[in-house]
Design a protein around this ligand. Structure first.
Ligand SMILES: Cc1cc2nc3c(=O)[nH]c(=O)nc-3n(C[C@H](O)[C@H](O)[C@H](O)COP(=O)(O)OP(=O)(O)OC[C@H]3O[C@@H](n4cnc5c(N)ncnc54)[C@H](O)[C@@H]3O)c2cc1C
Length: 348
């Protein structure tokens, strides 16, 4: 009986109960956007003790509607996350805290995460779902109209501005042509802006002209419009693009993919390999398991560099995948530890 009790206590500790005043978890999920909430849900349902940390700055916050997510098309981003948090509540193993992780270190089975208040929590596994920040040009209108007339992704907002006068901002030669060809799917009234001399060869120019896409090479001075206008209306809040030479172009939507940066430096601090993708330095992770180069650390969502394919459904899917594989590794570790304890007991 005594042996049973001590094994139960050991199991409880391994599952992450408060042990000697220290908060120990099976997993800490850093970030409570689509990726993090999805990971926490799967881990909660896997009977894991989980702490999810919410920095509260989801990438699509400026937008009034999140589109293209099965069953929730058009839901306000905040509402989507509120439902995600609410659906964690039945799982008693999941704790949610509206705070940031400041530092992280350690190795698989024994990670330490320092929170904003200076306290430290311990975890056997870490899931980094900290998202990226969009580095918008420091010119009037870009930040104000981001998600409300200036959009990064046609799958998220193309429908809302279909058949409206649109522009694509891209200075990258062949990449610019392909981007224009894609956006043309939503509107044939399309202008390619290159914000300086276009590196377009003759073939590219002929392709664009044949498709009715004109090219404006002037430097952009600012964007004008009404950032308060609902982006769910037929058009967003953008009204015109103003060039440095004073000329203007009336447009109701501008598609632009800005450079991005990691929202958190935790991956670097933990020693995870990073890789340069087209627009950002991202966390390298296994495409199936989402485990990074550091055993026991998983990365999910935009941080992993799904490239141009950044979206809520993809972030949620990668968060779920990270949780499946983290839980499987924990279950194997638990089973091995139990068998080792049994074998040690039999030897005594
Ligand atoms: C304007 C705009 C509109 C968009 N619209 C759509 C759309 O309609 N449909 C769609 O599918 N996609 C849309 N997207 C893309 C979508 O927002 C992202 O792909 C998605 O949010 C990625 O989810 P994530 O969980 O990886 O990151 P995020 O949603 O960015 O969440 C990451 C979270 O981690 C937190 N965090 C960071 N560091 C820490 C830390 N140290 N400790 C604790 N927490 C931390 C952040 O505060 C943030 O809350 C849009 C993007 C933009 C920019």
């Amino acid at each position: 009986m005594a042996e049973r009790t001590s094994r139960a206590a050991e199991q409880t500790t391994r599952k992450g109960e408060v042990d000697g005043g220290e908060a120990r978890y099976d997993a800490v999920v850093v970030g409570a956007g689509a990726a993090g909430l999805s990971a926490a849900l799967v881990l909660g349902r896997s009977r894991r003790r989980v702490l999810i940390l919410d920095g509260g700055e989801p990438r699509n916050a400026p937008s009034s509607g999140a589109h293209g997510f099965f069953t929730r098309d058009g839901a306000p981003p905040k509402e989507l996350l509120r439902i995600g948090r609410e659906q964690l509540t039945p799982y008693e193993g999941v704790q949610y805290r509206r705070t940031k992780a400041r530092k992280a270190g350690g190795t698989s089975g024994a990670f330490e995460v320092v929170l904003e208040d200076g306290s430290t929590v311990f975890a056997r596994r870490l899931i980094l779902a900290t998202g990226v920040a969009d580095e918008l040009p420091d010119r009037p209108g870009f930040s104000e109209l981001w998600g409300r007339g200036v959009y990064h992704c046609p799958y998220c907002h193309g429908w809302e501005v279909r058949d409206r006068p649109l522009a694509v901002l891209n200075s990258s030669g062949a990449g610019a042509v392909e981007r224009a060809v894609l956006i043309r799917n939503w509107s044939r009234d399309l202008v390619l802006l290159t914000d300086g001399p276009a590196g377009l060869d003759e073939k590219s120019r002929r392709r664009l002209s044949g498709l009715g896409v004109s090219v404006r090479e002037e430097r952009i001075s600012r964007l004008e419009g009404d950032s308060g206008r609902e982006s769910r209306a037929a058009s967003g809040g953008l009204e015109r693009i103003v060039f440095e030479d004073g000329s203007t172009l009336a447009r109701e939507g501008l598609f632009y993919v800005p450079p991005q940066s990691q929202r958190s430096e935790l991956a670097e601090a933990l020693g995870c390999d990073l890789e340069q993708m087209a627009r950002a330095l991202v966390i390298k992770s296994d495409p199936t398991t989402r485990e990074t180069s550091v055993p026991g650390v998983y990365a999910a969502g935009d941080v992993t560099g799904t490239g141009p394919l950044q979206s809520i459904p993809l972030a949620a899917a990668s968060g779920a995948a990270a949780a499946y594989f983290a839980n499987h590794a924990l279950a194997t570790e638990d089973a091995d530890a139990e068998l080792a304890a049994l074998a040690a007991g039999a030897e005594r």
